[in-house]
Design a protein around this ligand. Structure first.
Ligand SMILES: Nc1nc2c(ncn2[C@@H]2O[C@H](COP(=O)(O)OP(=O)(O)OP(=O)(O)O)[C@@H](O)[C@H]2O)c(=O)[nH]1
Ligand SMILES: [Mg+2]
Length: 654
């Protein structure tokens, strides 16, 4: 059955990740056994495995209220429970952003962040680190009724004085935010919760799928967490329209702001759904007439959103849910949900797998290259020694003595060169420190504190704007400066490698450069989002605007911190990547010189040692050859898993 396709594909993807992880662990084990894993290799394998393990696929549902987001989630994911699990009803239903995921370290539950936290500093992401800020209610997996009762918390509201709503940034005198909740002049209804996380052991969630259900339009704008973090980072966003309302002005606003606002060129991973087509199922018309009407609505919606009609999926979420619950295949086909599920699984999962596979391959290649370099230098060393020793056959003591002197000299020269290496290490450390001073978290904290103070001190648009602009300017400046510094470090290391290669015959190595582009792009994206939302936010609320502005800034600051965190981590590993090979080369070369000196000394003492030494070296050479072949096999095994065509479990066809 087609509706199983999404589940089957997702399962296949998880299985692929598991196989890949176990292959990579195999490589790591082998490297450790062979004593070929240095700190750099350990670290990059650990990161790789962590990333594969935690890999999440986030699918978000966005629309104006009552378009059927929660109903669609129920229909796609939770029909097996035989009823509506997430609350879905006329009017505003989902009152807070709701994440559905599975974390096996916690029991099934719903965690709720009280709306009161909006009056304090701190974003939802930050609050996620403090369990005591959340109200946790257990989910009784044995009773769908009890579960749906607990889950109805996401539509909970409470009545509060207007002044308090204003303080939370939820009330505006223009009455935009609380339109339908207005009770009287002194009190309004507001959501009870700011954010909900449902921890649910659904097979898809267990494999790393995260579903994000959002409340209708206005609530989106007031929680910057959604606009700046959750939605831009979602792998797919499903945008819903409803056939009974057509495309309204607010639909277009949501579409512009949250789906194309940041990157008009890309609608990749964005699916548009025309829901509630059952409203067009008029018994007095023929099937053909109804299909033509649906096609007409699809075309006109496509035109209004400026996207190709093929990107719009007409469905009936409600009928699909009913059909799945009752096992009514004809109704399910008529709801057209299977087409949407198929598109979702076809678009989403192979694309995700491709990205993860390509990144993993690149990292494994880099790792393999550094191990291959060590092995190559060992072979070169053995060859050199063999050459020397074979040349000594039949020679007298004088020649041996002469050679002894020569190697001793070479070793002395190299040890003097090592002083240069020690000096380089010092300069390298200094450079690294000043790099971290620039892009370190301390600097960011100071800049953010300064901006925060300026926002608080300036009640006018201009003041807030210029504080924010300066914030971005200072971040961009830091990134730029860091880029120059990594450039200098790169140049210094490049020169050093070239010099060691030339003077001591070490393996030539071109250290990879470091690019700041990724972080600059991300900050640019935030800056663009800030520009898009600033005016909306500023116009939307009058008295509450400061609470909102501050929260808006805090979210931006958290996102920038996240960018810095990643940049710092990447820099850590880059600095290791450029330095570690030199350390290894110097150590290996030094060892080799000592070994050469040793063997010639032995031969000098007793000439019958010569043949014995030659045999030993030949054996060592063969052993390295075996390692080279084994490494190639390990890498190929990993490549094979990555390149394997998608293996769909039998459920996909059944
Ligand atoms: N006829 C019909 N009604 C639907 C369909 N899908 C959803 N509905 C109804 O529309 C109403 C709103 O659905 P919800 O799932 O609550 O909508 P939502 O987008 O989650 O709304 P908010 O949570 O308020 O943002 C409910 O009464 C649903 O039963 C559909 O395909 N056909
Ligand atoms: Mg809803």
């Amino acid at each position: 059955m087609q509706s199983k396709d999404l589940a089957a594909r997702f399962e296949a993807y998880s299985d692929w990740r598991r196989r890949l992880s176990s292959r990579i662990s195999g490589l790591h084990e082998w490297l450790s056994q062979q004593e070929l894993a240095d700190a750099n290799a350990d670290l990059s394998i650990q990161y790789l495995l962590e990333r594969l393990h935690q890999d999440k696929l986030v699918v978000a549902f966005v629309a104006e209220f009552s378009r059927g987001k929660s109903e669609l989630i129920n229909a796609i994911f939770f029909a097996d429970f035989g009823q509506r699990l997430l609350p879905s009803a006329a009017g505003r239903t989902t009152m807070c952003p709701t994440e559905l995921l599975y974390d096996s370290t916690r029991p099934p539950s719903i965690r709720l962040l009280p709306i009161e936290t909006r009056a304090r500093d701190g974003t939802v992401t930050e609050f996620k680190n403090y369990a005591d800020e959340w109200v946790t209610l257990p989910l009784d997996m044995s009773s769908a009724d009890k579960m749906s009762e607990v889950l109805s918390q996401v539509s909970q509201t409470k009545r509060v004085p207007v002044a308090l709503a204003r303080k939370y940034g939820l009330y505006d005198d223009g009455d935009v935010l609380t339109q339908r909740a207005h009770i009287d002049d002194k009190a309004v209804d507001i959501p009870s919760w700011r954010h909900a996380i449902i921890n649910f052991p659904h097979p898809l969630l267990q494999q790393g799928l995260v579903i994000l259900d959002t409340p209708g339009l206005n609530a989106i704008g007031t929680e910057p967490e959604l606009t700046l973090n959750l939605l831009p980072n979602a792998h797919a966003v499903l945008f819903l329209l409803a056939a009974d309302t057509g495309v309204t002005k607010t639909d277009i606003e949501v579409w512009r702001e949250h789906l194309v606002g940041q990157n008009p060129a890309s609608t990749e991973g964005r699916l548009v759904i025309l829901n509630k087509i059952d409203g067009l199922w008029d018994e007095l018309r023929t099937g053909q007439e109804i299909d033509a009407e649906i096609a007409r609505q699809v075309r006109s919606s496509a035109e209004l959103l400026a996207i190709p009609p093929a990107q719009i999926f007409p469905i009936s979420a409600q009928k699909a849910l009913v059909a799945k619950v009752n096992g009514d295949d004809a109704l399910l086909a008529r709801s057209r949900l299977p087409q949407l599920e198929l598109a979702l699984s076809k678009e989403l999962i192979p694309a995700k797998r491709h990205i993860v596979g390509t990144a993993t391959k690149a990292e494994i290649r880099a790792l393999a290259a550094s191990v291959q370099a060590i092995l190559a230098s060992r072979v070169a060393g053995i060859h050199e020694q063999l050459g020397e020793l074979r040349g000594l056959r039949g020679k007298n003591q004088d020649v041996v003595e002469h050679m002894l002197e020569r190697i001793q000299q070479e070793k002395d020269v190299f040890e003097r060169g090592m002083q240069r290496y020690t000096a380089l290490r010092t300069v390298f450390t200094q450079h690294s420190n000043s790099l971290y001073a620039n892009i370190g978290l301390e600097t960011l904290r100071a800049t953010a504190t300064n901006t925060r103070k300026r926002i608080e001190a300036s009640p006018f648009t201009k003041g807030v704007r210029s504080a924010m602009n300066d914030f971005f300017a200072s971040i961009n400046g830091n990134l730029e400066k860091s880029g120059q510094q990594t450039g200098e470090i790169h140049e210094m290391m490049r020169a050093m490698y070239a010099r060691f290669a030339k003077e001591h015959g070490l393996e030539p190595f071109a250290p990879p450069p470091f690019s700041m582009l990724k972080y600059q792009k991300e900050v640019e994206r935030l800056e663009r989002a800030y520009n898009v939302h600033f005016n909306t936010l500023w116009n939307m609320v009058s008295k509450a605007k400061f609470t909102l502005m501050k929260r808006f800034f805090e979210t931006i600051a958290i996102r920038v911190k996240h960018v810095y965190d990643i940049a710092n981590r990447d820099l850590d590993s880059w600095l290791k990547t450029v330095m570690a090979p030199l350390e290894t080369q110097v150590r290996e070369h030094h060892l080799q010189l000592r070994r050469r000196l040793d063997s010639v000394k032995r031969i000098h003492r007793a000439s019958d040692e010569l043949e014995e030494r030659v045999v030993e070296l030949e054996q060592a050479e063969a052993a390295v050859g075996i390692q080279v072949a084994a490494l190639a096999r390990e890498i190929k095994a990993i490549d094979d898993v990555i390149d394997q065509p998608e293996l769909l479990p039998r459920a996909a066809n059944g």
